[in-house]
Design a protein around this ligand. Structure first.
Ligand SMILES: Cc1ncc(COP(=O)(O)O)c(C=O)c1O
Length: 395
């Protein structure tokens, strides 16, 4: 069973293949500037002054960091549990990634964050892991006191709130990912939002020099579809192999897709993303509904559930904690049910980049976490089946 998300298109409930074909048709024959439309829609949704579509979430983060004009050796704080290519990007630019352990909610531990700040700290990248916002009021307060910039990593949260405020609206800038597992799936791409004209102008200058994807958009489309087709429980090993083939050979463990930062986000991707942005709250609502069904189905088991409060978790992924994850994994994978598609992209980066540091806390969380299938296309019956397999595994 797959947790991957076909690009679903608001209002029109066509088959997954037909929806993107309709987008291809629109792009070829209507020839609108869908990229600008998406940027405007994002800026409006987030009440941000500026939005800029990028080749990926990674590129959006890189552009935001570059716009701060940091010096070599300046420090950038990341949660230790994060997407492992982000620290590599800042290292490549000459800055030093510094890591803070995560708590049991997978987000940055704010107490430890205070202790990791030094006179060289310039930026905090606050990641809202798996759909739940981190303690942004505190992060922003700490940062403001020390004149540190804050970038929110919203790759896992689109249209998600914390205490009635949209995640992505707290920091100096925020970035999103439209990679094919994300809440908005445009078969790759990203978005940078900010109220800071300096950040936007600098990022826009770089992107406007980039080439259009041109016909490569078709091959990217086909490649991403091949990947989605492989994202079936039984074909999962083949998918991992495919990722490895595509992964950048120089990347750190847990490497994701290779980046082509020379290309612009395309109108086709923007067209696909636009409809999903329109229906994002509905999709998030459906995932909350499915999460509650999991909670009911797992009642009484030795499994710690994620935050279930309405409006506080977008459930990009349903990640639970248990001391019995290996039993659960074994049983679920024998039934063709994938566990850990999203988790595999994030890693204990402190342990990778700073082997002398103490990242046991993050390690302990990682050892106990299990990602159960989650996407709005799952049915209530799917959840019942998964929960009943987990019950069998833990009996
Ligand atoms: C937490 C997190 N941040 C950033 C990214 C990077 O997004 P992209 O693949 O669009 O570069 C990812 C991708 O999976 C992610 O999981």
């Amino acid at each position: 069973m797959s947790r991957m998300i076909w690009p679903t298109i608001a209002k029109k409930r066509n088959t997954p293949i037909l929806n993107p074909l309709r987008c291809v048709f629109d792009v070829l024959f209507k020839r609108q500037d869908y990229v600008t439309e998406l940027e405007e829609a994002f800026a409006k949704f987030y009440r941000a002054r500026h939005a800029l579509a990028t080749e990926s979430g990674r590129q959006a983060m890189e552009l935001a960091v570059r716009s701060f004009k940091l010096s070599k050796g300046d420090e950038i704080i990341f949660p230790s549990l994060t997407f492992s290519e982000l620290p590599a990007i800042v290292k490549g630019m000459g800055q030093v990634p510094v890591f803070v352990n995560c708590g049991e909610d997978f987000n940055i531990d704010v107490g430890e964050l205070k202790r990791k700040i030094t006179p060289r700290t310039r930026v905090i990248v606050a990641t809202h892991m798996f759909g739940k916002g981190c303690e942004m009021e505190q992060v922003v307060r700490i940062a403001r006191q020390k004149k540190i910039r804050v970038i929110e990593d919203c790759a896992h949260v689109q249209g998600v709130y914390r205490k009635n405020r949209l995640l992505g609206s707290y920091g100096d800038a925020a970035f999103f990912s439209f990679q094919n597992k994300k809440p908005i799936n445009a078969l790759g791409g990203g978005m940078l939002i900010t109220n800071d004209a300096g950040v936007y102008d600098s990022a826009r200058r770089t992107v406007s020099k980039q080439a259009d994807l041109g016909l490569a958009v078709i091959s990217s489309f086909v490649r991403n579809y091949a990947e989605l087709a492989l994202s079936n429980g039984y074909a999962y090993p083949a998918q991992i192999l495919w990722w490895k083939i595509r992964a950048n050979a120089k990347a750190v463990p847990g490497a994701h897709f290779a980046l082509d930062k020379t290309k612009k986000f395309s109108h086709l991707q923007a067209r696909i993303a636009l409809d999903q942005l329109e229906s994002i709250e509905k999709a998030n609502g459906r995932r909350l509904d499915l999460a509650r069904k999991y909670a009911k189905g797992l009642e009484g088991l030795d499994v710690a559930l994620p935050d279930m409060r309405e409006g506080e978790n977008g459930f990009y992924a349903f990640v639970a904690l248990s001391n019995e994850v290996s039993k659960m994994r074994k049983r679920l994978s024998s039934e063709g049910i994938e566990t850990g598609g999203g988790e595999s992209a994030v890693n204990n980066c402190g342990a990778i980049y700073d082997p002398k540091g103490d990242y046991r806390k993050t390690n302990s969380v990682m050892r106990r976490m299990i990602e159960l299938p989650m996407c709005q296309q799952l049915t209530d019956g799917d959840i019942r089946r998964i929960c009943s397999q987990i019950r069998k595994a833990l009996k």
